[in-house]
Design a binder for this molecule. Structure first.
Ligand SMILES: C[S@@+](CC[C@H](N)C(=O)[O-])C[C@H]1O[C@@H](n2cnc3c(N)ncnc32)[C@H](O)[C@@H]1O
Length: 280
C-alpha cells in the first residue's frame, strides 16, 4: 500500500485549501499528477454556476450558487471536496463503484481543517502561514466557517453507475451539474500508459473499453433522468472523444443533450466537455 499526499501548489488558491491534506492511496486513481487538469474541471463547474447565478434575479441581492452536484467516479474525493469548498452553498453526491474509493472520499471529507497535523506543520511560522490563508479564503468567499462543514453537504454512495441508478441519486431532487473524470482510456492504449500508472493505479478505473466511452455513454444515457432542464454535464475525456461524443449525441436525440463547449487543457488539447440538457 502506498500512501501519498497530493502536492498542492500555492497557486491552487483558497478553495482547494481545505482538501490540500487529501489522503491518496494506491490503487485508487487520484490523478495527483493531473491536478492542473482536475482543477480545470472544477473551475469549469464553478464558472458555470457563478455565471448562472449572475444571470438569475432569484439570487438577488447576494449571488450565491447553491447547486446540487453529482460526481460519478469520485476516487479520492478531490473534485467533490474542491467543489464543496469553492461553492459553499452546494451539495455534492459523490459515487464510486470501488468501496476503497468511497471509504477514502469519506475519510477525506472528515479530515479536519488546518492546522491538523503537527508532523506536517512543524513550526509556528508555518501554522501562521496556513491560518493566514484560511482567513483569506473565508474572507474572499464571505461565508462563515460553519457553512463549510463538508460532511453535512456530501452524500457518498458506493455504486456502479448504471441506467437504474437514478432513484438513489435523486435524494436531493433534480441535479444541476454532473461532473466526472471517468475511465476514458481506449483499451488498446492501456498497455502504453506510464510505468508508474501501470504499477500503482487501478487500471479498471482508467480503462474506458474499446472506444474509451463505456462509462461516458452510461453517464450520458442517465443524465436526462437526473438533470434539471438546462442542467450540465462536465466530463474529462480523451482528445479524440469530443467528436465521438458529439456524433453519439446526434445519434441519440431522445436524450435531449447538446454539446455546448469543448475546453482545452493546459497543453492545448481538447479535454473537457460541457454538455447541456435542453428543454423537452
Ligand atoms: C479516472 S478515476 C477518477 C478519480 C477522481 N475523480 C479523479 O478525478 O482523480 C475514475 C473513477 O471512476 C470510478 N468508476 C469507474 N467506473 C465506474 C462506474 N461504472 N461507476 C462508478 N464509478 C466508476 C473508478 O473507481 C475511479 O475511482
Amino acid at each position: 500500500m502506498v500512501l501519498r499526499r497530493l502536492n498542492f501548489s500555492m497557486e491552487t488558491k483558497m478553495a482547494l485549501f481545505r482538501v490540500s491534506q487529501l489522503l491518496i492511496r494506491a490503487p485508487i486513481a487520484d490523478g495527483g499528477r493531473k491536478m492542473t487538469r482536475k482543477k480545470d474541471l472544477v473551475s469549469l463547474v464553478v464558472e458555470e454556476e457563478l455565471q448562472k447565478c449572475e444571470n438569475s434575479t432569484l439570487c438577488f441581492p447576494v449571488p450565491v450558487p447553491h447547486p446540487v452536484i453529482l460526481e460519478i467516479g469520485c476516487g479520492s474525493g478531490a473534485i467533490a471536496l474542491s467543489l464543496l469548498c469553492k461553492l459553499p452553498q452546494s451539495r455534492v453526491i459523490a459515487m464510486d463503484k470501488e468501496e476503497a474509493a468511497v471509504d477514502l472520499t469519506r475519510e477525506n471529507a472528515h479530515r479536519p481543517t488546518y492546522p491538523s497535523s503537527p508532523k506536517l506543520l512543524p513550526t509556528l511560522g508555518v501554522y501562521f502561514w496556513f491560518w493566514l490563508h484560511w482567513a483569506a479564503f473565508l474572507y474572499f468567499l464571505q461565508v462563515p466557517a460553519c457553512v463549510l462543514q463538508l460532511q453535512e453537504r456530501i452524500h457518498i454512495i458506493h455504486q456502479d453507475v448504471s441506467h437504474s441508478s437514478a432513484k438513489q441519486l435523486l435524494l436531493w431532487g433534480p441535479i444541476d451539474v454532473i461532473v466526472s473524470n471517468p475511465p476514458y482510456v481506449f483499451h488498446e492504449d492501456m498497455a502504453f500508459l506510464d510505468a508508474e500508472i501501470l504499477c500503482y493505479e487501478d487500471l479498471d478505473a482508467l480503462d474506458g473499453g474499446d472506444d474509451g466511452m463505456r462509462v461516458i455513454k452510461t453517464i450520458l444515457a442517465l443524465a436526462p433522468s437526473l438533470l434539471k432542464v438546462s442542467g450540465s454535464v462536465f466530463l474529462e475525456v480523451d482528445p479524440r472523444h469530443p467528436n465521438m461524443v458529439e456524433q453519439w449525441l446526434q445519434a441519440h436525440p431522445e436524450l435531449l443533450l447538446t454539446l455546448r463547449a469543448i475546453h482545452k487543457d493546459f497543453c492545448g488539447k481538447p479535454r473537457f466537455l460541457h454538455i447541456q440538457r435542453q428543454s423537452s
